[in-house]
Design a protein around this ligand. Structure first.
Ligand SMILES: NC(=O)c1ccc[n+]([C@@H]2O[C@H](COP(=O)([O-])OP(=O)(O)OC[C@H]3O[C@@H](n4cnc5c(N)ncnc54)[C@H](OP(=O)(O)O)[C@@H]3O)[C@@H](O)[C@H]2O)c1
Length: 240
């Protein structure tokens, strides 16, 4: 059945694949982004999916953005908290700005985006909340103490929120992608990326579409019994 879905960071990379896949199965999709207007305009022209610009780290901006999406498309049934950033560096050299930017965008955003939609989902007895965490929130990654902490926090958020809302038809799940071929991974030094790929049993990077199909399942009626779970999609790189 067609639902209204909002995908944060839904205009590029994994988020763009998620937006497209949810549209393909018949949902009404809105995609948000932070500031790359050019990529958002190209995405909108290609897909016809409406795009909205706000910072997921800013609670008031999220509340206002969600109100706009709901006024235009209807109440949000499916929320995909996908937007995320990295600001890598060894902890002994990490600045407070690197720490705060990553916690704000990858973890505070879950409160900012989910709090404004959860009461409506509870009232309607239906909701799907899907969080794109990371393999590095499960196994830890040197050079990413900030990111690993935020992404591990995402998993705790999912487990607690799932318990609070299971009796209201709302499921809350995390997906932990391994290394996926997007701009985020393209930004890694070539040698480091080669070492990563060598450690992936499947022998390649993942594709954004391979994460998107997991989201489609979790958002569907068939996904109703999966909640509070963490779904690893990582080519066998880490088996938690
Ligand atoms: N790629 C991987 O290998 C990998 C692995 C594990 C987990 N993940 C996670 O998967 C998610 C998507 O990653 P990706 O590789 O697709 O990233 P990406 O290609 O860098 O795209 C990030 C998207 O998030 C948006 N965004 C960033 N900061 C935002 C903010 N403050 N407010 C609103 N939107 C914001 C960006 O908007 P603009 O276009 O405006 O910049 C963009 O649409 C992230 O949470 C990431 O941590 C990725």
């Amino acid at each position: 059945m067609s639902k209204v879905a909002l995908v944060t960071g839904g205009t590029r990379g994994i988020g763009a694949a998620i937006s497209k896949a949810l549209k393909e199965v018949g949902h009404k999709v809105a995609a948000s982004y932070a500031g790359n207007d050019e990529a958002a305009a190209a995405f909108k022209a290609e897909t016809g999916i409406p795009v909205y610009k706000w910072d997921v780290g800013d609670y008031d901006a999220c509340a206002a953005g969600i109100a706009t999406v709901e006024a235009e498309l209807g109440p949000i049934d499916i929320l995909v908290n996908n937007a995320g950033i990295t600001r890598d560096g060894f902890f002994h050299k990490m600045t407070k700005d690197q720490w705060s930017a990553v916690i704000r965008t990858n973890l505070d955003s879950l409160f900012n985006m989910t709090r404004p939609v959860i009461e409506g989902m509870r009232a309607r007895n239906f909701g799907r909340i899907i969080v794109i965490s990371s393999i590095n929130g499960q196994k830890g990654q040197m050079g990413q103490v900030n990111y690993s902490a935020a992404k591990a926090g995402d998993i705790g958020f999912v487990k607690a929120l799932a318990q609070e809302n299971a009796n209201k038809g709302i499921t809350v799940n995390a997906i932990t992608p391994g290394y996926i071929g997007t701009d985020m991974v393209a930004a890694m030094p070539e040698e480091a990326l080669k070492r990563v790929v060598a450690g992936i049993p499947v022998g390649r990077l993942g594709k954004p579409e391979e994460i998107a199909q997991m989201v489609v399942f979790l958002a569907s009626d068939n996904g109703a019994f999966a909640t509070g779970a963490t779904f690893a999609v990582n080519g066998g790189q880490y088996m938690a």
